[in-house]
Design a protein around this ligand. Structure first.
Ligand SMILES: NC(=O)c1ccc[n+]([C@@H]2O[C@H](COP(=O)([O-])OP(=O)(O)OC[C@H]3O[C@@H](n4cnc5c(N)ncnc54)[C@H](O)[C@@H]3O)[C@@H](O)[C@H]2O)c1
Length: 270
């Protein structure tokens, strides 16, 4: 049972691929907290069909949209306002993909067409989402827009490859558009930097299992789960966080403030 902290709020949730997805967990949580929303994903991801199962559970409609296509995004925002009967209070950008990572390219042998795709899908699409929201006048005053990111934007994690650059772009866009949307409509824009999480996007990164374990041992609270992330996102969509904007919010069990832990010392002295 929820606490209705999103009662009456309307939104769009990008990126629910399957039940492991952070966006999937967020949809369930937001529904439990009283929100109504439209679910969206890239047309190619729809073919797997799982999103319809989620839509049923959340009483939501699904509109396909490639987040790099202005045409798809414009249709998405216009249709969503019609379906939901008004403007939006929240948007979740939970999108990431790198062809270079997916195809196992070394950082010293990147394919630059793919690099541009990584930047477009995983970074610039956040700007496209917000620019379209602005142009279609889709946001209500005091709305909340969020994207998910990873600490590789600030520190090097070799297997994360060109996704690190995409996340830096994403976080920078959150600050710049946060200033603009704040002035325009009191809309807040933030990124949440999440622990490694066992999802399709996460486990696509080389050596993920070992890395997941390492991060867990480097975090006093352990890795943050996707369920915990969904709860944090829900709070960021609620009226309890109206003055938080242009921030990169760490949701990582303490990983980002840790130098070393007894557990890691123990492992290395074995
Ligand atoms: N899993 C992790 O370890 C981790 C850690 C920190 C941040 N994140 C971020 O969380 C977000 C969600 O990822 P996830 O872990 O839930 O994995 P996921 O694979 O379930 O979600 C990624 C989503 O991006 C969508 N997508 C890809 N290309 C798209 C496009 N062109 N248009 C629209 N959607 C597109 C996919 O269809 C998928 O639904 C991503 O931004 C990811 O980088 C993940």
């Amino acid at each position: 049972m929820g606490n209705n902290i999103l009662k009456g709020k309307k939104g769009i949730i990008f990126g629910a691929l399957d039940e492991k997805s952070i966006a999937w967990k967020t949809a369930l949580k937001a529904h439990e907290e009283g929100a109504t929303f439209v679910l969206t994903n890239a047309p190619i991801a729809m073919r797997m069909g799982a999103i319809n199962e989620l839509a049923k559970k959340c009483n939501a409609q699904v509109i396909p949209a490639d987040a790099t296509s202005i045409e798809d995004l414009t249709n998405l925002f216009e249709q969503s306002m019609e379906i939901l009967g008004g403007k939006l209070d929240f948007v979740l950008h939970s999108i990431g993909m790198s062809p270079n990572v997916r195809k196992g390219k070394e950082y010293g042998d990147l394919n630059y067409d793919w690099f541009m795709k990584t930047l477009d899908i995983s970074g610039i699409s956040f700007h496209k989402v917000m620019q379209t929201a602005e142009k279609t006048d889709a946001m209500n005053e005091w709305g909340s827009i969020l994207a998910l990111t990873y600490i590789a934007a600030q520190r090097v994690f070799p297997d994360y490859s060109d996704m690190a650059q995409a996340k830096s772009v994403l976080e920078s866009i959150a600050r710049s558009y946060g200033q603009r949307f704040g002035k325009l409509k009191n809309v807040r824009v933030n990124t949440i930097s999440q622990s490694p999480t066992m999802t399709t996007a996460g486990s696509g990164v080389g050596g993920f299992d070992v890395f997941f374990d390492y991060a867990n041992k480097m975090s006093p609270l352990g890795n943050a789960s996707s369920e915990a992330c969904a709860e944090y996102i829900t709070m960021m969509f609620s009226d309890y966080t109206r003055m938080v904007t242009m921030q990169n919010l760490m949701h990582d069990g303490g990983f980002s403030s840790t130098g070393i832990t007894e557990e890691i010392i123990g492992e290395l002295t074995k």
